[in-house]
Design a protein around this ligand. Structure first.
Ligand code: ADP
Ligand code: MG
Length: 728
């Protein structure tokens, strides 16, 4: 039966192409930011003094006082109600990795009369029941209440549906005792840490103008689109986001004919609507194109302040999913929906900016700006070398293990790519004071005197194999997974770079009186680069030689998420998070537990889905085919014709292998569940899933994928790779 549904779904696809010409279209400038209560809306609706106070809270990330909150709330409510909003919600980012919301309507009754109410108190604080969010043991259920607090650096916005609108207030989410239960709180704290340390450094380098520094991020988002009717016929995609079965199609991505190819009209119609929705929400999406794999695409925004771009990336994922459904697509954000075909990632472009409009990773034209650039660059190099393992933790989850190092995404070894020109600059800084320079071509760099050689802006992605690449005026962290929040990678980046800036500042301070500022900077930069330049690698990150070379350089290679996660709560890491007031020991430990638990749960769900599909869909198809085949063989024999018994023998063999693989997987699953109940130790438990359950799942898949190539196509119950990837 289900094979008929499969056929019908494929046939219906050609009817889904939008043929109608463009109707009335809205102008881009009318759309952008329409549903955001941003600075212009605040200015128009608030008294001048209140607006100024709010603006300064936003710039500096300070809290609002109650009087101001009441004014803002009332202006916000008026604006939202005018735009059709009936409800408001605090919109937050718990440890589930997605966003959460609990709606309240604006209605209130006074003596039976309807009032629309929204107080400053309701704006700045909410009290959702937190007992069902993952807390990694941070919070016992008797103290389950959490509270959400508005983060004024992120503006409120309205989400529209066909039948109404909701005012969303981006918030941080904490326990009553002040511990972070979300990703936003530590992100905000890490931005403060970076501001403190960068300000200290800039003052030391003589900048008296700058008032604050903030990290910036632009997150390029990859995704797949699959026809929704086909998607719904794949219980594995529905439950786990990836295909647990599926023979490789005859044509994959070998021809590289999809990358930057012309975008099909049906996909383009979807993209356009998604972009309009995002523009309304103030998300500055800029670029769209086909990606390397068939049916894979990318959307990229203009970079923004990290707290905002983190919100905006969450919204982007949500809007892509919702709009895809309106176009009869399913948007897949999983890191590896299809085996043997490139998975999806998210390039996290990261830099730091000042309130005076300077990008701190911009090489600059004068000796002073060069010095600043070299100091900041040195701080980043040191940070990545010391904490490569931590960056690996920030991207560690079950799904990302499928793509890291699989010749499609950077390896699990975290190294830095600088490009030839900048690498030469680093080399000359390293050899700076170290006696005569043997290489006649290489000039010695003197900080504070000369300028840097011109560095080309890397617009071409010259080394895609590097996980952390300098691209002209920012670093691009390329190992981030497509479906994950960018909060944790940025929390870690901000914290470790803050820590390195502090280290450099302290060292420069020590030498400044004797060597002068430029001399002190020169010495410190030279010493730090000499010590940490091993993390710089310009070669092919996919090659086997790099694995050996990285090992000899002492760089960590944490191959799986389970290898990596434990690093999070190592004493030296905890010390850094605590020192910069980003996360406490308790918070770090709870996050480590949550990550291990999430890993185990993801694999457990996959194992259950795989076993269910194999026993209730694939084996029955095999049985029907075996019966049909036996009948044909029998009648052929009676007619004295050649028979198909070779096919029958192969079928029997593979069915036998599936049955035993299925038995093994089911036994294991029961065993691991038992182990979980008895030990409750998240790390050991995750390891069991990695070492035992995944191999058993792989064995089951291998035989099932052979079965797919044997069974009569008319009987096969699951949409095939060639149908999901090439038909749209
Ligand atoms: P590519 O990486 O393909 O060369 P771009 O250089 O245009 O493309 O930038 C990719 C992403 O990096 C975009 O989202 C862009 O906004 C972002 N980006 C550019 N400059 C910065 C910056 N200073 N800080 C953070 N992100 C940035
Ligand atoms: Mg890029």
């Amino acid at each position: 039966m289900s094979s008929e549904a499969r056929r019908a779904a494929i046939q219906s696809i050609s009817r889904k192409h939008p043929l109608a010409p463009l109707g009335e279209v809205e102008k881009l400038e009318d759309l952008f930011g329409r549903n955001v209560f941003g600075l212009p809306q605040m200015r128009a609706r608030l008294p001048e003094s209140a607006y100024r106070a709010l603006e300064s809270c936003i710039e500096r990330g300070h809290e609002l006082d109650h009087g101001l909150a009441d004014l803002v709330a009332s202006a916000m409510k008026e604006w939202a109600v005018e735009r059709g909003a009936t409800h408001f919600t605090h919109w937050f980012q718990p440890m589930t990795g997605s966003t959460a919301e609990k709606h309240d309507s604006f209605i209130d009754l006074e003596n039976g009369k309807l009032l629309l109410q929204f107080s400053g108190k309701a704006l700045i604080k909410g009290e959702p029941d937190a007992s069902s969010f993952p807390s990694g043991g941070l919070r016992a259920t008797f103290e389950a209440r959490g509270y959400t607090a508005w983060d004024p650096t992120s503006p409120a916005f309205i989400r529209e549906t066909a039948s109404g609108a909701t005012l969303c207030i981006p918030t941080a989410f904490c326990s009553w005792t002040g511990e972070a239960l979300d990703k936003k709180t530590p992100l905000l704290r890490s931005c403060e840490a970076l501001n403190r340390s960068a300000m200290r450094m800039l003052r030391l380098l003589g900048d008296e103008q700058v008032q604050f520094v903030y990290p910036t991020v632009g997150a390029e988002q990859e995704y797949f689109l699959v026809d929704r009717e086909l998607h719904l016929q794949r219980p594995d995609l529905v439950a786990t986001g990836r295909t647990l079965f599926g023979a490789r199609p005859p044509k994959g991505q070998e021809l590289e004919d999809h990358y930057f190819g012309s975008i099909s009209p049906r996909v383009l119609a979807f993209m356009h609507e998604a972009e309009c929705e995002l523009w309304k929400l103030g998300v500055p999406v800029k670029t769209r194109h086909n990606e390397v794999a068939p049916s894979q695409f990318e959307i990229a925004p203009i970079f923004e302040r990290t707290t905002l771009s983190t919100d905006h990336n969450m919204l982007t994922m949500e809007v892509l999913r919702q709009v895809a459904q309106r176009h009869g697509f399913q948007c897949l954000l999983h890191e590896k929906p299809f085996a043997g075909i490139n998975g999806s990632g998210k390039h996290n472009n990261w830099s730091m900016a000042t309130d005076t409009g300077v990008n701190l990773l911009d090489p600059g034209q004068t000796p002073e700006t060069n010095m600043r650039f070299v100091v900041v660059l040195t701080a980043v190099i040191r940070a990545i070398d010391l904490h490569a393992d931590l960056l690996r933790v920030s991207i560690a989850h079950a799904a990302n293990d499928h793509r890291l190092g699989a010749n499609e995404a950077p390896p699990a070894i975290i190294s830095i790519y600088l490009g030839e020109e900048l690498e030469a600059v680093v080399e000359s800084l390293v050899s700076g004071g170290a006696g005569p320079n043997r290489d006649a071509d290489r000039q010695t760099m003197r900080l504070g005197v000369g300028t840097l050689p011109p560095l080309p802006r890397d617009t071409t992605d010259r080394n895609r194999t590097s996980p952390f690449a300098f691209t002209g005026n920012k670093f691009e962290f390329r190992a981030v997974g497509s479906g994950q929040s960018i909060a944790t990678p940025n929390i870690f980046l901000n914290t470790i770079v803050a820590d390195s800036l502090d280290f450099l500042a302290a060292e420069i301070e020590k030498l400044r009186d004797s060597a002068g500022l430029a001399g002190a900077v020169q010495q410190v930069v030279q010493q730090v680069l000499t010590q940490h330049k091993r993390v710089i690698f310009g070669g092919n990150g996919y090659s086997a030689e790099w694995h050996a070379e990285a090992e000899s350089r002492g760089l960590p290679n944490l191959r799986t998420a389970v290898d990596a996660i434990g690093v999070y709560s190592a004493p030296d890491k905890v010390e850094i998070f605590e020192r910069h007031r980003v996360l406490s020991k308790k918070e770090v430990e709870s996050r480590t537990n949550i990550m291990f638990e999430a890993y185990a749960k993801a694999i457990a769900i996959e194992a259950q889905s795989a076993a269910g599909i194999a026993s209730s869909m694939l084996l029955p198809a095999a049985t029907t085919y075996q019966r049909n085949l036996a009948e044909s063989i029998e009648s052929a024999r009676r007619a004295g014709a050649k028979t198909l018994d070779r096919q029958e023998r192969r079928l029997q063999d593979v069915v036998g292998r599936i049955e035993s693989a299925l038995g093994a997987l089911e036994t294991l699953q029961t065993a691991t569940e038992k182990a979980e109940r008895h030990h409750g130790e998240p790390a050991g438990h995750a390891k069991l899933y990695r070492d035992e359950v995944i191999p058993a799942m792989n064995a089951l898949r291998e035989s099932c994928d052979v079965l797919e190539t044997l069974v009569d196509d008319d009987l096969w119950p699951l949409p095939k790779y060639r149908e999901m990837l090439f038909v749209h």
